[in-house]
Design a protein around this ligand. Sequence first.
Ligand SMILES: Nc1ncnc2c1ncn2[C@@H]1O[C@H](COP(=O)(O)OP(=O)(O)OP(=O)(O)O)[C@@H](O)[C@H]1O
Ligand SMILES: [Mg+2]
Length: 394
Amino acid sequence: MSLSATPDTPLPGRRATLSERGGETPDVDIVDVTKRFGDITAVDAMRLSVARGAFYSFLGPSGCGKTTTLRMIAGFEQPTAGEIYLAGEPVAGVPPYQRNVNTVFQHYALFPHMNVAQNVGYGLRQRGTTKADEARRVGEALELVRLSGYERRRTWELSGGQQQRVALARALINQPTVLLLDEPLGALDLKLRKEMQLELKALQQEVGITFVYVTHDQEEALTMSDTIIVMHHGRIQQQGGPAELYERPVNRFVANFIGVSNPIDGKLVEHDPSTGRGVVQTDRGLRLTGLVTDPDARPAPGTEVIVAVRPERLQVEPATHAAPPADGWSSVEGRIHQGTYLGDHTEFRVATDIAGEMVARRQNAAGAAAIMGVGPGDPVVVRWEDSANLILVA
Ligand SMILES: Nc1ncnc2c1ncn2[C@@H]1O[C@H](COP(=O)(O)OP(=O)(O)OP(=O)(O)O)[C@@H](O)[C@H]1O
Ligand SMILES: [Mg+2]
C-alpha cells in the first residue's frame, strides 16, 4: 500500500521543519493553550505533545473540551492564549486547508450528489491531480478501508459503517500527517462500532499516520489507543497507556471515569515520597497500606484521601469458609447484596459496615465454585492485598 504520511508537495512558503532537519519533532505540540468562549473556559492551560505515528485519544465526559481541542488543531478555532505547533511550525493564522491535518467527524457529511469514488477523490481533484492518478489512489484508499468495488455506488446505498469508511478514505487520500477523528463511530450500533474500532486501529498501524481520536467511551479509548489523554473541565487529568491509566489513576476523576474504583474515605497517616508508599486510617477504622499514585503529590499527614481498589482485586468468601487474617491483606465483613452472573465473570455487590458497598468481580473459571452457593443476605468476607490499594489525594 503506497499511502504514506509524507505530504506529496510542501505547502507554499513552508519552511523545513525541525524533523525534516533531522530532529525528533512531535507531530502536534500544544503549548499552554487556553480557549474561552465568553465566560466558559473550554480548554484550560493545555500542554501536550503528540508523537509521530501513534494513536492518541482524548477521553472525557460531554463538554470537557475534546472537540474544541481538535478544532484548534485543525484550524477551525483559534486559541485564546498559547500556541499550537504542527511538525514544529507555529500555525497561528494558518487556515485549515493549509494545515497538513484532516478531520473525520461523527456525521460523515459525504457529498450526496457524488458517488463513492467521486467523494473519495474530492481532495485530489481540488489539487489538480490527473484523472489516472486520481483513479489509482481512490482504488488504493478504498482497498485500505475494505470497499474495493464500491466506486460507482451512491452514498445513500451504503450502511452507516460503509459511509464512515468512505469518509475515512476521503480523509486518508490527502495523506495528512495527522488524522483527527471526532467520535467517528458515535452513530453506529454497538456491534458495528466494535468491529470498526479494531479496523481503525489496524488501519492506523498500516498507514502509520498519527491519529488523534475523540471519544467519551472509555472502552473505545482502551481498545484503540497507544496514549489516552483524560480530560475534565478543559484540563488534562492524566495521560498514559491504557494499563497505566487503569492501574495507576492519579486522581479520583480518572479512577472513576475508567472502571470501578470502590472508594474508601480516610486520612493519610504517613507517606514516603521516595517509594510512594502511604498508610491511611479510614474513617471507619481500617488501616490500609498502599501506593500514592500521583508521583507529584506531597500530601501532609492528616490530608483527606480515598483508597481505591479495583473489583477484580477483591476476593469474596463465605464467612464460614473465610481464610484467616494474613499479613499484607485487609479484610472486611459484609453481606451479599446482589450477585450477577455475567458469563465470563460474576459481579458481587457486598454491603459492608466498614467500607460501604463494595463491587467485586470473580472470573467464572476454576475457583468460582467455592462461592456458587452464596446468595443475597449471606454473610461473606471481602479480602484484598495491600498491593491493590491506590491512595488518591485529589
Ligand atoms: N462555539 C462555541 N461557543 C460557545 N461555547 C462553546 C462553543 N463550542 C464549545 N463551547 C463550550 O465549550 C465547552 C467544551 O465544548 P466541547 O464541544 O469541546 O466539548 P466536548 O468534550 O467535545 O463534548 P461532547 O462529548 O459533548 O462532544 C462546552 O461547555 C461547550 O458548551
Ligand atoms: Mg465533542
